[in-house]
Design a protein around this ligand. Structure first.
Ligand code: SAH
Length: 217
């Protein structure tokens, strides 16, 4: 085992111990995906610290514990078609691909340089996830409907397009809050007839979702 692999195994044990990693599927995804493939050179030594890291262009990759919490509440399974809003480094998309299957994952990014960075990372790590550039506050109509829509940027409220592009029994998982830099992790489940159940999972801090139905630039 390389030092990198060893650090990854230690991080996953830690995430399990503190109760953020619960399921076998999330555990295996964290064990498989090498976070150091998805971060800039100068922070590589911090790949397996449980902390958010800067990826440039004012954006961050979330702390592994935050990602684990999100993935656990998302209740992912192989075959579920999943749209991620905010591709960033591509790390979370790779984790989702490990669980849902790479052909079922689409991720969208608005900043061209970040899109390029995420695409190169996914390619290097050999994940054939579809990454597109655009304003994710409009969802991504072309591949709708989805079983899961997972936002890794913080919305002032859940955009209508996400609700429309979701299947029955589907779930939206997103940090939502009226403050730009403080949110609650929110899960919406779509019922028959298009009504929604809402659950909240506590406070979190994500970069803002910027776009037509999000925060203004
Ligand atoms: N999931 C990422 C986290 C990236 S941070 C990872 O694993 O690294 C959130 C990202 O959301 C940023 O890159 C930001 O540019 C992007 N973002 C913000 N608003 C967006 C929008 N309207 N559409 C698509 N991406 C958006």
């Amino acid at each position: 085992m390389s030092l990198n692999d060893e650090s990854r195994v230690n991080m996953v044990s830690y995430l399990e111990k503190i109760g953020y990693v619960k399921s076998e599927s999330v555990k295996n995804a964290f064990l498989k995906v090498d976070r150091s493939n998805f971060i800039p050179e100068h922070v590589k030594h911090e790949a397996y610290r449980d902390t958010p890291l800067s990826i440039g262009w004012g954006q961050t990759i979330s702390a592994p514990s935050m990602i684990a919490l999100m993935l656990e509440v998302s209740d992912l399974k192989n075959g579920l078609k999943t749209l991620e809003i905010g591709a960033g480094s591509g790390y979370n998309a790779a984790l989702i691909a490990e669980i849902c299957g790479e052909e079922n994952v689409i991720t969208i990014e608005r900043i061209p340089e970040v899109y390029q960075f995420g695409m190169e990372n996914l390619k290097r790590a050999e994940y054939r996830v579809r990454i597109v550039i655009g304003d994710g506050t409009k969802g991504f109509e072309e591949e709708a409907p989805y079983d899961r829509i997972i936002a890794t940027a913080a919305a002032p409220e859940i955009p209508q397009s996400w609700k429309d592009q979701l299947k029955e029994d589907g779930m939206i998982i997103a940090p939502v809050g009226k403050e730009r830099y403080y949110q609650e992790l929110t899960v919406l489940k779509k019922r028959k007839g298009g009504t929604f159940d809402t659950k909240k999972y506590g406070g979190c801090i994500f970069v803002p979702l910027v776009g037509e139905d999000g925060w203004k630039e």
